[in-house]
Design a protein around this ligand. Sequence first.
Ligand code: MG
Length: 249
Amino acid sequence: MIVIKTAAEIELMKEACRISAGALKAGGEAVVPGATTEDVDAAVRDYIRSEGAKATFLGYGGFPKSACVSVNEEVIHGIPSRKRRLKEGDIVSIDVGAFKNGFTGDNAATYAVGQIDGRAQKLLDVTREALRLGIAAAKPGNRVGDIGHAVQAYAEENGCSVVRDFVGHGVGRELHEEPEVPNYGRAGHGARLVPGMTIAIEPMLCLGGYEVEVLDNDWTVVTRDGSLSAHFEHSVLITKDGPLVLTVI
Ligand code: MG
């Protein structure tokens, strides 16, 4: 069942989403050459705590940290570690949600560690723009497939592949609600978008093939061919006037 939020619920959710956005920004500011992925997690954790919220991912399905921090060929669900040190030229995807007043936000972005090469920069630019186009398609009367189609068309036109095995989702009281929001699909198909729906749109694009596999830690998803992957995500409210991004500071 797709949960339509009331105006009062949306106000509560906006606060959780604002904190989620602040936590992502704090994590991004910790992405510097020589930092560890644990340092990034600590920045996220401390920010969320300072806002009186809880890290949604901590303990979710047994996940051990506050944020997912995924480096280079890691697509999503990287586990922060003191042993994983960032170096110039890496790209780092941070995915984080904050839970407050019964609601959660969910957002992600990929950051450059110092100077990155042109191919990596292109991947970041294409993924960010694919998210923007996916959000633009999240209008009342459109369908979920219109979002996926917009993301996929732009990604593939620009030489990037779209991960199939993981998708966006409804978000609200639960981190994962209905409907699923794939980053691929057919325009005009799937659930109809109506005002009051809140969804996480989150393209995961790769420079190589879209096939992924899960590492032995049972969490971290990597590209099968070892190519770079990027991930951008916002929590978005469907309004009668169009999409409204909630994960903003
Ligand atoms: Mg998500």
